[in-house]
Write a protein that binds this ligand. Structure first.
Ligand SMILES: Cc1cc2nc3c(=O)[nH]c(=O)nc-3n(C[C@H](O)[C@H](O)[C@H](O)COP(=O)(O)OP(=O)(O)OC[C@H]3O[C@@H](n4cnc5c(N)ncnc54)[C@H](O)[C@@H]3O)c2cc1C
Length: 454
């Protein structure tokens, strides 16, 4: 049995960030990971001139922690932000791609929203605050902005971020910044304007909210973290991990190459999905753990298409999202090669397509041949392709892709707090709380390291 001060379970972006900061502080720690590589759902690959992602494709520089992390790792991993000139996002309406408007004129002219809602939006700053903290996103948007804003702005945005359903997500937990705009300023528009005028210090100016990746793919980031946290501090391929209390400490046991590995530690930090916790933490009561493990995850299929020569519509944007109302079998397209460098051969294209999500989970049960038929039909139609002959075609399936922060989230967050108090030295992290995006994961990873070092 080895003795360590801190054990981290999971070497995804959260666990890797925690490990990076613990290592910087000279802590005595070790990371146990089920898979045989670091990165968790982040996995980039290169094949025949295409550099693609099997998990998340891009993040948003939305927290200071992610900006600082890239600065710290700049010798081993290069931040890549989306090309400035590519800033259009498309939304499908009645089978036609429309630009998502950004300015006032665009907002007036766009066919995405009804005239009634365009006029209605003028009254948004004067509408009273919502009083129900558990109001769904759909109800909040309908109340403040109108049905067409829900259908053709928020719904596709939610598909892009959560693969989710606005009728299920609760803004207090799923989109706290939006929720707080209404609670703090009484209005989305008024709040956004006031916030825009607030003076930002130099640090906050770095949080540009630009779309990011890393040169060579997002695995460059997770590999750099693995390296900086020192490879000898990691064990991969460790399965059936169980944590038990022992003499005021924690005994962490697992199986690696059919042998038992065991660690005695003062603190243990879990960064796995909620679904892994029941088996891992047998000393927690079934009632308590179920308040965490009942978290619902969207199922998603990601299809990567590579073309050596692109003959379809001009890929002059980030991509296109497809509102649920349009009743299509794909959630949207990301034109990765149009805003990041070296993703496809010159004159070629790399596209990522998402299928399934909360409202079309049944599509994720279809076999590969059927998925291929869907992708061919939709792509020929939506991308104006004369023929469907991709040079690369990959199907990646995620059963527990994106956690859905619904009405039960408050109870989940409280249970985590309660358990951490009840069992000193236990930290329950991961995307079951603290946000689902990569920038949130980095923020939490750093915070977990800080809490453990306290
Ligand atoms: C398909 C997809 C697309 C996404 N797109 C975006 C996007 O565009 N932008 C964005 O910002 N975010 C996106 N995300 C979300 C983002 O990628 C994740 O929130 C983030 O990478 C999760 O990091 P993590 O370390 O918390 O979890 P994970 O990456 O899931 O890492 C958890 C680790 O724990 C390990 N583990 C699990 N159970 C055990 C166990 N019992 N024992 C040991 N180890 C275990 C896993 O193997 C894994 O390595 C996407 C996610 C998915 C799945």
């Amino acid at each position: 049995m080895q003795e360590k001060d801190i054990i981290i379970i999971g070497a995804g972006l959260t666990g890797l960030t925690t490990a990076h900061y613990l290592n910087k502080s000279g802590a005595n720690f070790h990371v146990l990971e089920k898979m045989d590589r670091p990165g968790g759902v982040i996995h980039s690959a290169t094949e025949n001139g295409f550099n693609y992602e099997e998990g998340p494709n891009t993040g948003v520089l939305g927290t200071l922690e992610v900006v600082e992390l890239f600065e710290e790792l700049k010798d081993s991993c290069e931040l890549e932000v989306a090309k400035d000139e590519v800033n259009t996002r498309y939304i499908l309406k009645e089978g036609k791609w429309e630009k998502l408007p950004s300015g006032i004129m665009g907002g007036i002219k766009t066919p995405l929203f009804t005239w009634k809602d365009k006029f209605r939006i003028l009254g948004e700053p004067f509408r009273s605050r919502g009083k129900n903290p558990h109001e769904t996103l759909a109800d909040l948007v309908k109340r403040r902005m109108g049905q067409s804003f829900l259908d053709y702005a928020i719904d596709p945005f939610i598909l892009g971020v959560y693969s989710g359903d606005p009728e299920y997500l609760v803004p207090k937990y799923a989109l706290p910044k939006l929720y707080n705009l209404e609670q703090d300023y009484g209005s989305f528009i008024g709040g956004a304007i006031k916030k825009g005028f607030q003076k930002k210090d130099e640090e906050l100016k770095k949080v540009t909210r630009k779309v990011f990746s890393a040169k060579g793919g997002l695995s460059s980031l997770t590999n750099a973290l693995h390296q900086s946290a020192k490879k000898e501090n990691f064990s991969f391929g460790v399965e059936n991990i169980k944590i038990q209390q022992k003499d005021g400490q924690y005994l962490v046991e697992g199986q690696q190459n059919r042998q038992t590995v065991a660690f005695l530690c003062k603190q243990v930090i879990t960064t796995t999905g909620a679904f892994a916790l029941e088996e891992m933490l047998p000393f927690i009561s079934a009632t308590d753990i179920s308040k965490i493990t009942n978290l619902y995850y969207a199922k998603v299929i990601e299809v990567v298409l590579g073309f050596n020569e692109w003959k379809g519509r001009k890929l002059d944007g980030f991509g296109g999202l497809i509102p649920f109302k349009e009743n299509r079998d794909v959630l949207g397209y990301l034109f990765l090669s149009s805003f990041l460098e070296n993703k496809a051969p010159k004159d070629g294209a790399l596209l990522t397509i998402f299928i399934g999500g909360v409202r079309k989970a049944y599509l994720t049960e279809l076999p590969d041949e059927k998925i291929k038929v869907i992708v061919e039909k939709e792509t020929l139609d939506l991308m104006d392709l004369p023929e469907f002959k991709p040079d690369m075609f990959k199907i990646i399936r995620y059963t527990n892709a994106i956690p859905q922060y619904g009405v039960d989230s408050g109870e989940r967050f409280e249970t985590v707090e309660y358990l951490q108090k009840q069992y000193p030295g236990l930290f329950i992290g991961g995307n079951l709380r603290g946000g689902i995006g990569m920038a949130d994961r980095v923020k939490q990873g750093k915070e977990l390291a800080g809490e453990a070092l306290k």
